[in-house]
Design a protein around this ligand. Structure first.
Ligand code: 13P
Length: 405
């Protein structure tokens, strides 16, 4: 099953009255525990990486592990950038493998929130990647005491919500109805009337930030009123922290001793959420309803008529500029090992999705490079786009792969 389109996933959740957990992860312990819980609950899951946590891990280093965990999973998975800081953050996240993005412009004035979010949507939709916007302001910081960050909660306005969605084109809306990020004293008061009105006006998957500390009944009412994605972190962090403290009290010393059973604690809490939010047991129906997310390999085999020195300039310039196009994940510029081969050079450009084939071709950076550098020197060439011949889900499910010829 592995990676699927996040838009399909949340539409399925919204239509069928359950919510998918977007669990922020900060280490391999979190990643493994979240995936184990999803596997044991037979649940779809969103692996979420919050830019506010980038001080604790290297985004570029952790993403290959996140992607590998998603690709080998038996259950449907999406990978999401949470609380991105800028358009550049969203583009980087897509390059590293996220297939859903949120850039948090909610503390900006409304007009600015709309214009900045619109920019994100234009870039991400060109890669077929959905965008979560936030209107109103959910105060607090994930993983910290809510009281330490007492910023004013700004409730999402029902009147502004429709206009915001229409003008930005976001696929999901994070709403502020009384939750706060981080550790709470007691249960917050939630404005369910407001949520019901927003849901009736928008009819699109809604998102709740600050899931930690809400009661079971509050979760049920959120989901009954259109919430299809719940962001969750502090409770997982606290479960891990308590385990480490208990290990120390019991005499554990050294890193591996201190983190022993941390995964078990996180897994238990994630599994509890999956059961409560109604996503447990849904892996199969979600996989049947959601398109698999597939990268594309854009291959060009070519010969050059220019000198070797000019060829080196042409390739270096291509590597530099083509990597800036949204949806380009990786570029390999190759030179044949065997001089007698039909073609002497190749480009292998990895695209985030099939949609990038068109947007890349038409992107001004590509057009300029192709017209001024590449085409005048590489008349002899073949270009082919490849999607995976065998879907990852078939490999993961153990069905036989076709033999290589
Ligand atoms: P909590 O840390 O309060 O669970 O909130 C997580 C969150 O909203 C991440 O975006």
């Amino acid at each position: 099953m592995a990676l699927i389109y996040m838009r399909d996933l949340l539409q399925h959740a919204y239509r069928n009255g359950y919510a998918v957990g977007a669990f922020d992860l900060v280490s391999l312990d979190f990643l493994q525990a979240i995936m184990d819980a999803a596997d044991s609950c037979d649940s779809p899951v969103i692996l979420s990486l919050a830019e506010s946590h980038f001080d604790y891990f290297d985004f570029e280093l952790i993403m290959p592990a996140v992607e590998a965990a998603a690709m080998r999973a038996r259950v449907p998975v999406a990978i999401h950038l949470d609380h991105g800081a800028s358009l550049a953050s969203a583009q980087t996240a897509i390059r590293l493998g996220c297939n859903g993005v949120m850039v948090d412009n909610s503390s900006a004035p409304l007009a600015e929130n709309i214009s900045r979010t619109r920019e994100i949507v234009t870039m991400a939709h060109a890669c077929d990647i959905p965008v979560e916007g936030e209107l109103g302001y959910v105060a607090g910081v994930e993983g910290e005491d809510a009281e330490r960050h007492p910023g004013e909660v700004v409730y999402t306005s029902v009147e502004e919500a429709s206009d915001y969605v229409e003008r930005t084109g976001v696929d999901f809306l994070a709403v502020s109805i009384g939750t706060v990020h981080g550790r709470l004293q007691g249960e917050p008061q939630l404005d369910f009337d407001r949520l019901g009105q927003i849901n009736a006006a928008l009819r699109l998957p809604l998102v709740i930030h600050g899931g930690t500390g809400l009661g079971d009944d509050q979760f049920r009412r959120l989901i009954a009123n259109g919430v299809a994605k719940i962001n969750y972190y502090t409770a997982l962090s606290d479960a891990a922290g308590s385990r480490i403290a208990a290990n120390q009290q019991q005499g554990a010393r050294g890193y591996t001793g201190l983190v022993e059973n941390v995964q078990h604690e996180i897994r238990t809490e994630v599994a509890r959420c999956m059961q409560l939010w109604g996503c447990a047991g849904r892996a199969e129906e979600v996989a049947a309803d959601c398109r698999p997310w597939q990268n594309v390999e854009h291959l060009i085999f070519y010969n050059l008529t220019c000198s070797d020195w000019d060829a080196a300039q042409l390739i270096a310039e291509g590597e530099r500029v083509l990597a800036t196009i949204p949806g380009v994940r990786k570029i390999f510029a190759g030179k044949t090992v065997d001089e007698s081969d039909r073609f002497h050079y190749c480009w292998r450009v990895k695209f985030a999705s099939p949609a990038v084939i068109d947007t890349y071709r038409e992107h001004p950076v590509h057009v300029k490079y192709a017209d001024t550098w590449f085409r005048p020197n590489a008349g002899d060439r073949v270009t082919i786009d490849f999607a995976p011949a065998i879907s990852v889900s078939r490999e993961a499910s153990g069905q036989p792969a076709s033999k290589a010829s």
